[in-house]
Design a binder for this molecule. Structure first.
Ligand code: ADP
Ligand code: MG
Length: 720
């Protein structure tokens, strides 16, 4: 057995099990070892079989009999069955999907069984229990066993794994035993360098695997979890440090006059920049003045004025000459996540730069535009894509705004000096390189985001970027009024919305789901669906207003159309799922109502309410929770109190468990890694160690196991 062997080489798996494992991301022995338990069950007190209460954990001793295997008649699942009998009575035992377990024992054998009692009172059974041959003298002594600390041991710990159809926790426990028995654990090379393991007192890999899958003390399991959390964060940090080193080895265009140019630009706008904007602009200009490409993240809450920072620094670029040239300018690319946002930014840059003799263009999937047009100085004109590409290549277009269309092969710049990317969470080095096709010099790179994430998460996933923070809103903003609406107050909330609509404003109504749930599951999932809610609002609540619908399974073109209609005020109320989060700018929308609010993370709710904080009109946010548990009310009250996204992200991380942070999956960090993010010291340590290693050994040639871990993707190993 080898760590990278496919499981099928060593395990007899049914097609159901294969599919289940694949769904959990487990195909190799190594991936199996990195599938960690979600928790541990304690055996429970040793009990007599007679009178076992349904739903409790039990440890029983008895004689096994009536062994057989069959298929369940309903679901056709292979089942192994037996009964266990002690002096007080007997109980049925079933193993689903693992009928062969019944064959491991022979009738009359004395065994110990641990599991949760299922079934009905009077007819209980043990489903998928842990069963092992036992020594009759062990029975009765069990509860008195002590551990080293002198605490009474209730029983052994049993790992409970994230399960899937056909693959139970019991299966995982057996699988681990088998791998363990093969001595694989000692074969595995630890991806964390030895000295780092020692410095932070982490259990080494083989020990940690044993601790996490088969602990005899919860403290050990905890130590192992901490180690794997460190391993994950550390691997991500190493990957980012590698990218950073690659970045710093490249050349770029030096922009030396930045400060004077930016000042000149700032004197042309009708307001003065906030201090935070000034600092960010200065950070960027300092980076421009080196021969290596900038790699920087600009983090700022919705409305903090990131576009101005982009514009002032872009201004500096388009006023600089390419090296050894008498004419022409350096070029800037600006990439937005959607066509509408690209068009909006195109307009903003035209506003900012219209007094200048430079060409600005827009390129999206649906066309190409250039400003100014030949016929009019104030308007952009539609041109052919081919023409636009020619002008971009010849350097005639100083600033190109667009969507992902900008990183197609056909788009070639003459002197791309500066690339700005708005809300693209993992825009890595590879995509950055795609922007710089010609490879003579890499562009300075600025990533902008309004997604509030905790500091430790930013340090990890953006570990390759320097960070500038806009922690200040421009003066004179109306503060949003956020209010939790109790069940009896719904009508009042609708009245408030009606007031806004009557005053010519627009509204969002956000629902947690797209469709009505399957009636059979209606109790479990009562969340309002966008489709049904749009219908209901149109017929019962706001029949006099125009209602639009937007959700994740609407096709992109249709989505853009609906958003354009909303932006043009052809729709009054937009009913949507959380797809509207990303920076859509409809300043006339001033009220947002969020159904099932407790289902969203705090950061996400904050992002959502940011949609109505785009103007000087007083904005409102109504939160309608479906349940009123103390914890969810506490979280929602935090939103009533604070309108600082970064504060909320930290409090989300503290209060709600890291796994809930908005869009966890999109960060490529597992639940375990997220737990580690609560520990600032650990994150800093992982980051420092990662950077030290890359300085010492940029190709990781002395760290093959780490190199493998990093290249296999820090999160792919995990299956949580
Ligand atoms: P975001 O950071 O969300 O992208 P924007 O760049 O869209 O924010 O700015 C939001 C609004 O604030 C815009 O209308 C912009 O003109 C305005 N703005 C930006 N900076 C300032 C400032 N220093 N003073 C006043 N208004 C500003
Ligand atoms: Mg923006």
């Amino acid at each position: 057995m080898q760590p990278d062997h496919p499981l099928t080489k060593h395990f007899r798996l049914t097609s159901v099990q294969l599919r289940g494992l694949k769904k959990l991301g487990i195909e190799t022995v190594r991936q199996l070892l990195y599938h960690f338990p979600a928790r541990y069950d304690q055996g429970g007190e040793e009990a007599a079989i007679h009178g076992l209460a349904v739903g409790t954990q039990a440890t029983i001793f008895g004689t096994i009999g009536k062994l057989e295997t069959r298929r369940s008649w309903k679901r056709k699942i292979p089942v192994g069955e037996a009964t266990i009998t002690d002096a007080s009575g007997s109980i049925k035992v079933m193993w689903f999907h693992q009928p062969y377990l019944a064959k491991k024992f022979s009738e009359g054998m004395f065994v110990k069984a641990v599991g949760t009692v299922g079934g009905k009172t009077g007819k209980p059974y043990l489903a998928n229990p842990h069963v092992e041959p036992a020594d009759p003298t062990e029975a009765g002594l069990f509860a008195q066993r002590k551990n080293q600390q002198g605490d009474a041991l209730l029983g052994s710990l049993f790992a409970v794994y994230p399960e899937t159809r056909g693959v139970t926790s019991l299966w995982f426990r057996h699988a681990f035993e088998k791998v363990y028995a093969n001595g694989i654990l000692d074969f595995l090379e630890d991806p964390i360098p030895h000295d780092v393991v020692e410095r932070y007192h982490l259990p080494a890999l083989s020990r940690a695997l044993l601790y996490i899958h088969k602990p005899d003390d919860l403290k050990h399991a905890e130590a192992a979890r901490k180690r794997f959390a460190f391993e994950e964060i550390f691997s991500i940090q190493v990957a980012r440090a590698l990218e950073r080193a690659e970045n710093d080895a490249q050349d770029s265009f030096a922009i030396t006059d930045g400060a004077a140019l930016a000042d000149k630009f700032l004197s042309t706008i009708p307001f003065s920049p906030t201090n935070a904007q000034k600092r960010a602009i200065a950070d960027i200009l300092a980076d421009f003045d080196t021969r290596h490409p900038m790699a920087r993240l600009l983090e700022g809450d919705v409305g903090s004025g990131k576009t101005l920072v982009a514009a002032a620094t872009a201004y500096a670029a388009v006023h600089s000459r390419p090296p050894r040239r008498e004419s022409g300018t350096l070029q800037v690319a600006y990439m937005a996540p959607t066509e509408i946002l690209a068009a909006q930014h195109f307009q903003s840059f035209i506003e900012y730069f219209k007094h200048l003799p430079i060409n600005i263009a827009l390129l999206t999937g649906s066309g190409a535009w250039k400003y100014p047009s030949k016929v009019s100085r104030d308007k952009p004109t539609s041109i052919s894509r081919a023409q636009l590409l020619k002008w971009v290549m010849s350097g005639e277009i100083a600033m190109l705004v667009g969507t992902h269309a900008l990183i197609q092969k056909s788009v070639e710049f003459q002197h791309l000096a500066y690339a700005i990317v708005d809300e693209q969470h993992r825009f890595g080095t590879r995509q950055r390189r795609a922007l710089a096709h010609k490879g003579d010099a890499a562009p300075h790179f600025l990533s902008m985001t309004a997604t509030p994430i905790p500091r430790t998460l930013a340090l990890t996933i953006y570990g390759d970027l320097d960070i500038s923070l806009l922690d200040e809103l421009p003066p004179g903003r109306a503060h949003i009024t956020t209010k939790i609406i109790k069940p009896g107050e719904r009508e009042q909330a609708y009245d408030r919305i009606r007031e806004q609509l009557r005053a010519g404003r627009q509204a969002f109504v956000i629902c947690p789901r797209i469709e009505e749930p399957d009636p059979a599951k209606i109790n479990a999932l009562q969340a309002k669906s966008a489709k049904a809610e749009a219908k209901r609002l149109a017929s019962e609540v706001f029949p006099e207003y125009r209602i639009g619908l937007l959700h994740g399974s609407v096709k992109p073109q249709e989505k853009d159309k609906v958003m354009a209609q909303f932006a043009a005020h052809e729709i009054d109320i937009l009913v949507a799922t959380s797809v509207v989060e990303v920076g859509i700018n409809v300043p006339n929308a001033t009220v947002i109502m969020i159904e099932g609010a407790e289902r969203f993370g705090l950061s996400q709710l904050h992002q959502l309410r940011g949609r109505v904080m785009r103007s000087s009109h007083q904005p409102f946010c109504f939160l309608l929770p479906e349940t009123n548990s103390e914890l969810s009310m506490k979280r929602l009250r935090a939103l009533e109190k604070s309108d600082n996204g970064f504060e909320l992200a930290e409090s989300d991380l503290e209060n709600r468990g890291a796994g809930d942070i908005f869009g966890r999956k999109q960060w490529g960090v597992t639940d375990l890694g997220m737990e580690a993010l609560k520990n600032v010291k650990l994150i800093r340590a992982a980051r420092e160690e990662a950077q030290k290693i890359i300085v010492k050994d940029p190709s990781l040639s002395n760290y093959p196991a780490l190199a493998q871990r990093v290249s296999s993707g820090a999160s792919e190993l995990h299956s949580e």
